[in-house]
Design a protein around this ligand. Sequence first.
Ligand SMILES: C[S@@+](CC[C@H](N)C(=O)[O-])C[C@H]1O[C@@H](n2cnc3c(N)ncnc32)[C@H](O)[C@@H]1O
Length: 330
Amino acid sequence: MSLDRTHRPVLANEVREWLRLERSSGLLVDSTLGEGGHSALLLSDNPSLRVIGVDVDPVILERARVLLGDYAGRVDFVHRWFDDFWANYIGPAPDRILFDLGISTFHFEGSGRGFSFSGEEPLDMRLSGEGRSAAQLLQTENESQLADMIFELGGERYSRRIARAICDARNASPIETSGELAGIVRRAVPAAARRGRLHPATRTFQALRIAVNSELDRISRALTNALLRLSPDGGRLAVISFHSLEDRIVKWTFRRAAGMHVPHDEEAEGSTSRWNAPKFETGALSRESVQYRVLTKKPVVPDESEKRENAPSRSAKFRVIEKNRKSNGE
Ligand SMILES: C[S@@+](CC[C@H](N)C(=O)[O-])C[C@H]1O[C@@H](n2cnc3c(N)ncnc32)[C@H](O)[C@@H]1O
């Protein structure tokens, strides 16, 4: 079978630079393998690198298997949520760990699962195929929970109007397709909001996808366990995030690992929201006899030409942390 990549890896040069290994061997765990774009670049840069590629979506994992065919024998494919993978990982300490969060262009354009507001597909949005679909979530949550979800996970200022419109529509008949939902949101927002740069349903679709896959809940736990398992001899863990909710978790998890000050209100531990209450489980990191150093003082972002040529990269932020043994006296 021959395939072409749908997804163009974001910040490819930066990932290659920051994750390059000085020696010609090593282990990379790509926690979000997708179509394997980043892994392919790192495998081609280092002929002795081995990769464990994790993805919870069995369909994209099969694509990766084909697309990484040139590197057969150097890649192990693991079908799992990354937080479960890292909680149970007992293999050799990885030299490099990558998280490229969210979903890939394949999900929007080729999965047929209703991730995009511009199609007419079943409103599913599950990465794993298990649990509640987006259509079921819209059918079962009450209006105020829907409004909170759309506001907190989508940053949508018209969340209340949209939640009301969803409930009115579902009382008539269940909302089953992405096209139906996009139309409901479009009609619910004020006329001026329909003329903006973003499609009026962008934020609602983002919120729904994050909720269906419990995306935020998984990040902090996965990062902490991945840091615990990272090699203490210059191991590096890098994360590409795509919205501020993700980036905030990455930023504060890294700062906590590095023993830096974290203002209390940034921790959001007191949040009572069901949708957006990240738990920082970094306690175990401070008990380690190693030190962590955040290498990217500010997040690395794509340059103007990448933003122009690869639209999904526009909101990307890239952060890297390094782990080393404490030298005597530290
Ligand atoms: C942005 S894409 C990765 C693209 C990849 N770096 C490439 O260059 O092709 C993110 C991938 O991570 C997977 N994913 C997202 N959240 C996950 C999670 N919690 N556990 C496992 N896989 C996840 C998605 O299915 C998707 O394929």
